[in-house]
Unconditional design. Structure first.
Length: 323
């Protein structure tokens, strides 16, 4: 018999439900284990049952069958999964900035990290919940897992927003643009302009050759990438499609052992002088999680921006007693 790929999801709100839907639509995984808080003041058992039913009703339109398992709040059942996606949060708390969920998501995470770890989970965590870098660090510290097996979606989403903004500014397809937002998945992130290229040709060279096309305002484009999520939030009080797809892209990279390169939140181990917490740099993603962290020759300005971004992550970790 072939290998059965099992994927778990913690939290079936806006984002978690879209993660599940994207997984089944893309045919990623054979069994999907879904959990929610199903007791106490926030009993989401009816919502979880509804999402499982809706997904099941859609299977006839999907590439192949997926076994859908409603685990309630029995988080330990996810220990048998190959990948677990953490989408637990309360988006209304992040209406002004991603730090708004700091105390909620980190307290919520305490209810499931240890039970899953104690049940023997040895797969890969992919965590979406904000502040993303803080929650990824918390999962590492509370689970005792190999940090390479913990991935925060981090600036994978913001890099997509940067490519979209660059595509609008230049008219080129975003799939042909290599551009990364780095650092915290939050207001202190920054664009690594020194590494931006179009089809392999550096932006700096293209700007000299075609100033009319590439002479756009970098600060404005970077601002569009940094605040794109709040444009979305202003219109529908949540972000859901893009961040779910960013997480699913990471799931696919793990499940298929792709060695896919993307910026995401990973443990700093001396990178640019920083260590002991998670934030985003370009990573190679495969079956065991983060296989390698790539480093650019950041400009002096970019290095200062990275260090300032790291300082913000560390301050949040101090606020919750993890640093």
């Amino acid at each position: 018999m072939g290998t059965v790929t099992k994927i778990g999801i913690v939290g079936m709100g806006h984002v978690g439900a879209h993660v599940a839907n994207s997984l089944v639509l893309q045919g990623i995984g054979d069994e999907l284990y879904m959990t929610e808080q199903c007791s106490g003041d926030e009993d989401h058992s009816a919502k979880l049952a509804a999402e499982v039913q809706d997904l099941g009703d859609s299977l006839a339109f999907c590439p192949h069958n997926v076994a859908l398992v409603n685990c309630g709040d029995d988080y330990a059942r996810l220990a048998e999964c190959d990948v677990i996606v953490n989408a637990a949060g309360k988006v209304s708390l992040a209406s002004k900035n991603r730090d708004g969920e700091l105390f909620y998501t980190t307290e919520t995470a305490k209810t499931f990290i240890k039970p899953i770890a104690d049940a023997g989970f040895d797969g890969v965590w992919i965590t979406i919940s904000n502040p993303c870098d803080v929650v990824a660090t918390e999962i590492w510290k509370l689970s005792g897992m190999d940090p390479n097996r913990i991935i925060g979606t981090g600036t994978a989403l913001d890099s997509s927003r940067l490519k979209y903004a660059l595509s609008r500014a230049t008219g080129y397809d975003q799939h042909s643009i290599c551009a990364y937002m780095l650092g915290e998945h939050g207001s202190s992130m920054f664009a690594a302009w020194s590494a931006v290229n179009f089809g392999g040709k550096p932006l700096a060279q293209l700007r000299e050759e075609q100033p009319e096309r590439f002479g756009f305002d970098e600060a404005q484009v970077e601002q569009e990438a940094r605040h794109g999520g709040y444009v979305t939030y202003a219109g529908k009080q949540c972000t859901e499609f893009a961040v779910a797809d960013a997480a699913v892209r990471l799931v696919r990279a793990v499940a298929s052992n792709e060695h896919y390169i993307t910026p995401c939140s990973t443990l700093m181990t001396g990178d640019y002088g920083e260590s002991g917490f998670f934030t985003s740099l370009p990573c190679v993603i495969g079956a065991n999680g983060v296989e390698e962290v790539l480093h650019f020759d950041l400009s002096d300005t970019e290095l200062r921006e990275f260090q300032a971004s790291c300082a913000h992550v560390k301050e949040n970790l101090r606020r919750i007693g993890l640093l």
